[in-house]
Design a protein around this ligand. Sequence first.
Ligand code: G6P
Length: 614
Amino acid sequence: MCGIVGYIGSREAYPILIKGLKRLEYRGYDSAGVAMLQDGNITLIKEKGKVSDLEGLASSSNKSGSLGIGHTRWATHGPPNQVNAHPHASQSGDIVLIHNGIIENYATIKSVLTSKGYIFRSDTDTEVLVMLIEEIQKNEKCDIAKAVRLALNEVTGAYAIAVFSKKEPDVLIGARKGSPLILGIGEKEFFLASDASPVIEYTKKVVYINDEEMVVLQRNGEFELKTIQNERKTPYIQELELKLEAIEKGGYEHFMLKEIHEQPKSIYDSVRGRVDIENGKIKLGGLEEYENRIMNSRRIIIVACGTSWHAGLLAEYMIEDLARANVEVEYASEFRYRNPVIDKEDIIIAISQSGETADTLAAIEMAKKQGCLILGICNVVGSSIPRASDAGCYTHAGPEIGVASTKAFTSQVSVLFLVALWIAENKGTLSKSRIQEYLTELELIPSKIETILSETESQIKAIAKEYKDASNFLYLGRGYNFPAALEGALKLKEISYIHAEGYPAAEMKHGPIALIDDEMPVVFLVNNSSAHEKTISNVQEVAARKGQVIAIANKGDKVIAGMAKHVIEIPETEDALSPILASIPLQLLSYYIAIERGCNVDQPRNLAKSVTVE
Ligand code: G6P
């Protein structure tokens, strides 16, 4: 949550900050602000709402300066208004700071500072930190870098910050603990950002700042990396592989639609190089080192949040079904606080698109202390979860910018399917020929998705028009289709604000059936599977109560055609892979319903893509 950008060099900072903030807006869009330094004066401009609102406000102001910081906020402490927007200034106005994270002991520090005469203007924890830096600098009579370092030793919680002082116009400081921060290194210029997207068009040289590290960046091109305990570190400079096109809309109206259409490629990229059909083998280089430990583990515990949790639920079905290994799936937030019985016999698989989700990160830190092996399945290279894991696999879906996850989900499922097959191969629970069949089918998934996209999109647009005013939706499926139903319901909720519930189709009669009347759309996933007949019985139960059945079914399914109001046809595939195909029409349905309702698809209200607070 919250995106931060900083610049020091010889260019104008404002355009770099604004462009960067627009790219980081997926991290929060409650308010935005910038601060630039020019001729010893700080220009501070901030506004409630989106970066475009900030631009509107800033249009008539002087925005010059080649040192600056910018922030886009997802509110934690204090409502999303202009006063609470970042940057926050110190009492004297000499120091400005932006922050992503939560300062947990802010109340104690605030009361000490208040007793010393500091007057707080906002409700934020961030303002406390900038005031503390000023107080320390006053007492220690030190430079800004030392004051920041000492202040960070007094705070508990999570932070990624960028800060500068008008008294030291050639210095920009960044630091992190628990929230991501990247340093981009150009020719006598530096960039700080929450991820690589604001940096990519200026430089490919980056340093991923580690927890409790800070960088002191000088305008003359020199910089220092050290810990907040003042220990110097040698920066590990890496080359970014990200391409600019990957973070632009490429002609699509929304990132979400672009990302839905990218799925044939993102799945292909996730699977590429990991499959050897001829020999019926799966190559997961990231896991090989721990093969024995994984195969001999007592239990695999999957921890994740949101959409990644749905991928985790599918992984449980796949690993138990194909590899006969014992799996549990946990919401990371519950797992970390419920005192679970775990030890070194257990393997943790943490699934996360961003690799930054605070609860997932905390869950794996907790499991690590109990001796568990930690495997990360993440999309963002170099993010915190892969770095905190012992081993793992990247999903290679490419940058996902739409807040509602689409291509990251199907890539996660594809990679987890490979993990299931890899365990099955090693444990000998599937024959070589069966593995070959599965792998062959996996390779066909991208082209089957192409077919779904080209054949169903206009039909789904029409269905969306018909149901755009519904106030509730039910999504039902059995077996592998149940997690897919949960994900379909989540997509609709997230971007159209229609209440939607996913349920195991057979459980419907234990409650949700009471909701069904002639106005209730019920999306059934009836494709494929041994559960087809049973699911059809559930469709009948809904149809008998005049529910509006929208079915996702396989081509040529005559049984469902006679019962459902709408049938969206998808190609057949293996049971375990059917959720990937079923997800495509579900994503399109939620997208087009949200469009019909005039919702902001890429930036749904109250949500953020990367949830770095508990
Ligand atoms: C947020 C996002 C979801 C995402 C979840 C977990 O809620 O809006 O789309 O599924 O976080 O994020 P992760 O990055 O850990 O997959």
